[in-house]
Ligand binder design. Structure first.
Ligand code: SF4
Length: 469
């Protein structure tokens, strides 16, 4: 498995010996990162070899995201790029498959036209991949698939939602440093009007608690110490009306040897007080809450069908601050949603100023075909969207600058995640609050906890120095 990378592949590295070679490239969210690991596990279990670039692969699988139009365009141009790079390198064409959300949204259309691919496999059908790939890259037919601009060879489209399809990514396929991703459910029953997820990922369906606990047990047995519980809306987890997310956190926290639990993503509506009490009570649960607010205007929240008001959101934040020691927040925001007035936007700025997020991810609204909001007039001019986005980012920068400056000099505990990208020889650490720290002059193994003094910051990363024990 490999995530998308711009670096040139190392052609000097031979492909591992064995069955047909598969390169998996991941786009989008952490759910897709996990799914790519699961796809890799399914294929490796069926005798395929995983390789780390497209030029040594017999088949390339692009695990895709549909959240924004731009993400889809990127994948389509990548299909052309892969074909041309192989052509330039005098290699036969590879089979190309599109998996994930784009497969679900566009289906068979992806197998038509000049960028047609061979395989289209949706989020619940990865167990079909060994058979489908076997027909295309089986012995004797490797590399004989379509020339650019054609689909000369029969491929397949397999999409549609299945409640039973919960994949488990084998922990030994991914490194033991950092946080191990564990999906606890899939899909979403909310109907936020801007969101494509209910369409691409289907209705919410839970992974059984015993499967989740066994998966985490395996991770711990393999040396992992931290997990990130993943789902479109983990806080809505509910197993047969007998176990909710707070209960699941209790059970996960009881696993011996596991040290830290993070989770993504929470919905404000499901941040019940007893859940926040559990987060505050359970030492292993990290006090960092990513709870997307999307807007600070009740009128916009209503049109988004977010099912809470700004006051309810702030009440949730205030309660969490009371019961979860040292809690910090991050959030997503959409600016320029249909009908958003300047006063609505000011309400968003007000909410951002009041919560004082560590980090926000903000986007200009752009229409997605098929979602309920597509029926609303996209009436905020592009210039206004750009101005609002810039102003929101400026406000967040002010908030973060004040917070980051106030932290310089603090002594914190953080866990080593491995080598930092720069400077050379530095290590990167992460605190329970999800803050990144780069430390030079130390050589410790990933997973080790360190006490460091924060000496400065840049962007969202702190710099630190070790504090002698
Ligand atoms: S909660 Fe809303 S935004 Fe999140 S995945 Fe579900 S529908 Fe989409």
């Amino acid at each position: 498995m490999a995530t998308f990378q711009n670096s040139l592949p190392d052609l000097t590295k031979p492909a591992p010996a064995g069955g047909p070679a598969i390169y998996v490239e991941t786009y989008g969210c952490q759910m897709n990162v996990y799914d790519s690991q699961a796809i890799s596990g399914v294929l490796e279990g069926a005798g395929y070899r995983l390789v780390d670039n497209e030029l040594v692969a017999d088949a390339v699988l692009l695990n895709t995201c549909s959240v924004r139009e731009h993400a889809e365009h990127k994948v389509i141009s990548r299909v052309g790029e892969i074909r041309h790079r192989r052509l330039d390198a005098d290699l036969p064409p590879a089979v190309i498959g599109i998996c994930g959300c784009m497969a679900e949204r566009l289906g068979d259309d992806l197998r038509k036209g000049p960028r047609a691919v061979d395989l289209v496999v949706g989020v619940d059908n990865y167990d079909a991949l060994p058979r489908l790939l076997g027909a295309l890259v089986g012995p004797g037919i490797v590399g004989t698939t379509a020339k650019p601009g054609t689909t000369a060879k029969p491929g397949a489209t397999v999409t549609g939602h299945r409640q039973d399809a919960h994949y488990v990514a084998p922990p030994d396929l991914y490194p033991t440093n950092g946080s191990h991703l564990v999906t606890i459910h899939k899909g979403c029953d909310y109907k936020c009007t801007y969101c494509i997820v209910p369409m691409t990922r289907g209705p919410q369906s839970e992974k059984a608690p015993e499967v989740i606990l066994a998966e985490i047990g395996q991770i711990v047995a393999g040396g992992g110490r931290e997990v990130t519980l993943l789902g479109q809306n983990v806080t809505a987890y509910r197993w047969q009306d007998s176990l909710d997310f707070a209960g699941l956190l209790e059970q996960v926290a009881a696993i011996d040897g596991l040290e830290r639990i993070r989770f993504l993503t929470g919905h404000p509506r499901d941040m019940h007080r007893h859940l926040m009490d559990a987060i505050g009570r359970l030492d292993k649960v990290c006090p960092w809450l990513h709870v997307p607010a999307q807007s600070g205007s009740d009128a916009v929240l209503r049109r988004m069908k977010r099912l809470y008001t700004a006051a309810e959101y702030l009440d949730m934040v205030e309660y969490a601050q009371r019961v979860v020691p040292g809690v910090t927040f991050s959030s997503d925001f959409i600016v320029g949603f249909p009908g958003e007035t300047d006063a609505d936007f000011r309400a968003t700025l007000d909410l951002v100023r009041r919560v004082k997020y560590d980090q926000i991810f903000s986007f200009k609204y752009s229409e997605r075909p098929g979602v309920p909001a597509a029926k609303l007039a996209d009436d905020v001019p592009l210039e206004a969207k750009k101005d609002r986005l810039a102003e929101l980012m400026d406000v967040q920068q002010e908030i973060w600058t004040a917070a980051a400056n106030a932290h310089v000099g603090a002594v914190v505990t953080a866990v080593c995640e491995g080598a930092a990208r720069r400077p050379a020889g530095a290590i990167r650490l992460r605190t329970a609050n999800n803050r990144k720290i780069v430390v030079t002059g130390m050589d410790v193994a990933p997973g080790a906890a360190l006490t460091v003094r924060l000496t400065g910051w840049e962007g969202t990363t702190f710099f630190g120095e070790p504090v002698p024990a």
